[in-house]
Design a protein. Sequence first.
Length: 367
Amino acid sequence: MQPQPVQTRTRAAGPGSPAAAPQRVGASATFSELLARVKAEGLMDLDQGYYVRRLILNTGLIVAGLAAFFLIGDSWWQLVVALWMGLCGGQSAFMWHEAGHKAMFHNKKVSSAVGYFHANLVNGVSYGWWVNHHNRHHSNPNHLDMDPDIGRRTAIFDLKQYRTRTGVQRFIVRYQSVLFFVLLVLESFKMNRTAFQSIAQGKTKRPVLETVLLVARAVFYLVAVFTVLSPVLAVAFILVQYAVLGVYFGMIFAPNHKGMEVRDGEAETLDWLARQVLTSRNIRPSVLIDFLYGGLNYQIEHHLFPAMPQNHLGRARVLTREYCAERGMPYHEVGFWASYREVASFLHEVSAPVRSGEADAALRQAA
């Protein structure tokens, strides 16, 4: 069978988003030309001092949370600590993210140590699984068959995905514009479960190391929680911390690509520049947004230059916007709330045939 060309589908129109229409890609735009401008300003050079400061800050936040936990003792004020530790876990995730992209240090062993520490030991996530999963996402963002971030969601991003949904999943799809966000409370639990599954299935390079770190984390966490707190409060603490971390994870990744162009087909027809820019959405930066998103609000620049240090992305944004404007390449950036409105509007529109009862007929016609 001959490979079929990749089909590119525009994001859905909705509040805060432009009307759905074919996007014009500048034929003369080339990634090499933009990369040359970025390199000329040294933006691809590692900034190890910056990451040392970030690691110190993150460690301080976690230590402060642990100190508060042991000092407060068996009190319902611990739920505030649980919220704090959930947010600390999200900040810690930026460290394993940067280590996985080799954006932190020249020494690979140091970078790996940072990755395993912050993923496995702090968050209970398999660093080896995540690196493989995330690299495949970067290569084919928003591709229905090749992007694992799309494939592992219950929500659908194209009606053809509805064929594989059954039972409760179909109910979730029906109301996915709301339930997608509600179910983020389970995201951290799911990633912990996936960590053990990936090791058991032989999908990690260092299964012994990862298992030791995951088990050590689980033992310390559970012993500490159930020793310091009463059983009911201990369960409440765990639920709050995991829910906060899951929502934080979800609020970071949801606006990056959801609702942007979805691609399908066996052959790749878009070059690197178009593939990354057309499928990514930026959130307008500020000091607070940059901190909360760990630089991932510059999603377009991060996808174009995944090994670029976090603190260089702001300047890269200026250069990328200028270059896209020169070459007629669409560049999508919105504010904080508008980004989530676009995601919700897209999910609502995709699932509309399900709510109207026309999904099965539409799928039969498409087949």
